[in-house]
Design a protein. Sequence first.
Length: 338
Amino acid sequence: MKTSPPRSRGIVPVVAVAAAAALTLAGCSSSSGGKKAEEGAAEASAGKASTPRMTVAMVTHAPQGDTFWDIIRKGAETAAAKDNVKLIYSSDESAANQANLVQNAIDQKVDGIAVTLAKPDAMKAVVAKAVKAGIPVVGLNSGMDQWKEQGLLEFFGQDESVAGEAFGRKLNTTGAKHAVCVVQVQGHVGLEQRCAGVKRTFKGKTDNLYVNGTDMPSVKSTITAKLKQDSSIDQVVTLGAPFALTAIQSISDAGSKAKVATFDLNKDLTSAIKDGDIEFAVDQQPYLQGYLAVDALWLYKNNGNYMGGGEAPVLTGPAFVDKSNVDTIAEFAAKGTR
């Protein structure tokens, strides 16, 4: 059995922390990150750890082709190279398949697991099995409201409700009156929280539009149809960079004058912000999420450290990117670290 970290009184919540410092998992989209981690060692800012080799499995709900997850993986691989960690990265958008990937990691007796909880109820049982097996588990990206109750050591990500509320307040400064919030995965708790947060603080009207995020042509046609149906929509809110870029095309096809703002960032989106096609983006720093999740497991195994005292999450966002700061951010986005 794993010994849970002590729950001390008077712990100050952690709001932002920078970290110091051939096994194969079966399943759809699973792959080993060990070789890439070694190749990325030159990018690590610190020297490589001399501690014994350990194996960490990172299991996410990443859909294929979403560049956001490439940034998370790059951060994880950089930390793995620095910490002498063999990283096994795997993903599946299906919650049931993701749970199977976590079970595979348990069966292989890895030294630590980093997991996303986009659909926490589907992951609860298998996470409990990992904890019971004595494998330390940390969360990243999704599951801010569930990580403690599921027994995870730490969580690295963005409070999606807070981010949504900040987004809505910023929209109030743009003159927008009617927003449509495009949700690419129905039932994803984090995405729903984003739109709900926008709705709470945005003074105009907000509608949710559900699309099939795995089929971009369908996303484009669905947004286009919505804009044609309701000409009062003057703001499209997307929950990921690829969907923002697609929404630009939808606006053109619909002959709409709506503007686009989005959650999440990639290098193509920074160019769109520079060009004025995107008003702003909320960046949750996925590179940092991947990096900290792996580094945290190394710190726990070798030093007994855990961030947030087992009580508070480590927040990596929200941070706004717009024309005022995009030139600076674009340099890092081009390298895949923002």
